[in-house]
Design a protein around this ligand. Structure first.
Ligand SMILES: Cc1cc2nc3c(=O)[nH]c(=O)nc-3n(C[C@H](O)[C@H](O)[C@H](O)COP(=O)(O)OP(=O)(O)OC[C@H]3O[C@@H](n4cnc5c(N)ncnc54)[C@H](O)[C@@H]3O)c2cc1C
Length: 481
């Protein structure tokens, strides 16, 4: 009897793409299935869990980092095989998490039935071509190879940061690092560095850079000059029961919502709990809340409250926070609140003109290097990624109007320029925030990955094929273009 084969191409094998592949392998049914996992870098790492000279720590305790929601202790069990004394409250090096993802992917691959196959492809995807009527999607790699899939999942990770305003004078200079994740810089002895941004990226770059040179001095600047607080291993005690009540009573006004979160935090502290629990409570209902908020209130949130939400939501491992405090105590790290007005180059150094928050007077800093740590720029309208630009210019994807990412339907299905929800192109990752808001961390992304895999494997139209699944035939399917 002839049987159909089906190919799902996953572009990007960081946490999100790897988690989709793991779930597809685990959930696959009787239908022959080929999963192609493509990445320009190593599979199961992404920016967060890549191997690194500096032992960057997870900012979430090990007990809350399972990639599988049905097995909340999966990561902890893996960890204990490596570090027998590890506890659920430990903040462990991030590259161990990459090892874990690799191991879970491998286990799922080995346990999958013979008619299910996983191919890892190394390369950069530069263009995706998809006719509107039902036909396969072509995935072009920068080196000329072409893959063909029935469905394609885009799991491209965090976009690059926005270009700093006024940076033209430094353009093309090795003294300006626009995207520190491409090649995290080591600080040089005695140099003065300006880091723009005071969030998690700043923490990573400053600690790794300073470990290379104890004599470097760093100035970190952001509009509010706020550093993320430290994470704790708090045990959520009230959130499960409080969530439905919160959703029933929550005001759909930003100002009142802000006040409510503050009151909840104070209440948690008064009851001997931890304000972080209030943030977790709101985080858990954030997608529902976000969808309910009128556009005007979403805008108000982005303008007035986003930075306070981000700073309290994305916290630092306690050891990371302590290491930053230590640098500040030793005057190796200076944190400023203000706005940069412009950069200039004179006498081999960089002049930074900036205005301290609340002041009219302009100040000047002289530095040797500038590093852009403003974090990902989710505004797809100004993306410089050729793959995303191609999707947008073909009308296969549309940017949301608030500059938060891509428009998606359920399960991350891309919405195209005509407003149709694709049944072949899916997106998974932080740009889901346009429709769901909270989509950055493992806890959220694993849920999206599980639901997307279930959706992709749900009974649907079967495309008949003439011949049984044979590796040679599948390889021939990938024409060299
Ligand atoms: C430094 C850092 C630390 C973090 N720490 C934590 C933490 O402790 N706990 C937590 O819960 N969350 C953490 N996060 C949040 C993190 O975003 C998620 O946990 C998760 O790693 C995001 O996965 P992703 O697959 O969406 O993106 P990524 O992991 O960035 O993966 C995207 C992948 O796509 C590939 N790719 C992109 N474009 C192409 C292309 N055109 N062709 C081929 N391949 C492509 C990239 O090479 C990359 O491997 C951290 C994030 C960062 C940046």
């Amino acid at each position: 009897m002839p049987y159909a084969h089906r190919t799902i191409v996953v572009v990007g094998a960081g946490f999100s793409g790897t988690a989709v592949a793991i779930n597809l392998l685990r959930l696959a049914g009787d239908e022959p299935l080929r999963i192609v996992l493509v990445d320009r870098a190593r599979v199961a790492r992404g920016a967060a869990y890549a191997r690194s000279e500096y032992p960057h720590l997870l900012n979430v305790p090990a007990g809350r980092m399972s990639a599988t929601s049905a097995e909340p202790a999966e990561f902890l069990a893996f960890l204990r095989r490596r570090l027998p004394g590890a506890s659920a409250d430990d903040f462990v090096p991030r590259e161990l998490y990459g090892d874990y993802l690799e191991s879970v992917l491998r286990t799922a691959e080995l346990a999958s039935p013979p008619h299910v196959r996983l191919d890892r492809v190394h390369g950069r995807v530069s263009f995706i071509e998809s006719a509107r009527e039902a036909s396969p999607v072509h995935v072009h790699l920068a080196d000329g190879r072409r893959l063909t899939g029935d469905e394609v999942v885009l799991a491209l990770g965090n976009p690059a940061p926005a270009r700093l305003p006024g940076v033209e004078a430094l353009w093309g200079s090795s003294r300006y690092i626009e995207d520190p994740w491409i090649a995290p810089p080591a600080f040089r002895p005695g140099e003065t560095v300006l880091v723009v941004g005071t969030g998690l990226t700043m923490a990573d770059i400053v600690l790794a850079g300073a470990s290379a040179s104890a004599s470097a001095v760093v100035h970190a600047i952001s509009r509010h000059g706020l550093l993320p607080p430290s994470q704790t291993a708090f045990r959520p005690r009230h959130i499960e029961s409080a969530a439905p009540a919160l959703l029933r009573s929550v005001p759909l006004s930003m100002r009142r919502l802000f006040r409510l979160v503050r009151a909840l935090s104070e209440d948690m502290e008064r009851r001997g709990g931890d304000w972080r629990e209030a943030i977790t409570l709101v985080r858990n209902v954030a997608p529902t809340l976000w969808r309910r908020l009128p556009a005007s209130e979403r805008r108000r949130f982005l303008r007035h409250a986003r930075c306070y939400w981000d700073i309290h939501r994305h916290r630092l491992a306690d050891r990371t926070a302590a290491a930053l405090d230590e640098l500040r105590r030793k005057s190796k790290l200076h944190v400023h609140a203000g706005r940069i007005a412009g950069f200039g180059v004179a006498g081999g150094r960089i002049r930074v003109d900036w205005r301290m928050r609340g002041e009219e007077r302009m100040s000047t800093l002289w530095v040797d290097r500038v590093i852009n740590c403003t974090g990902p720029d989710y505004d797809a309208r100004r993306t410089r990624d050729p793959l995303l630009r191609g999707l947008l210019s073909q009308g296969l994807a549309v940017a949301d109007t608030l500059g938060l990412g891509l428009r998606t339907g359920s399960h991350g299905a891309l919405i195209d320029a005509r407003g149709s929800v694709s049944d072949r192109l899916y997106y998974l990752g932080p740009m889901l925030r346009a429709d769901h808001w909270e989509t950055t961390a493992v806890q959220e992304l694993r849920g999206y990955a599980e639901r997307l895999a279930l959706h992709l494997l749900a009974p649907r139209r079967v495309q008949p094929a003439d011949e049984p699944l044979k590796p040679e035939r599948l390889l021939a399917h990938e024409a060299r273009g």
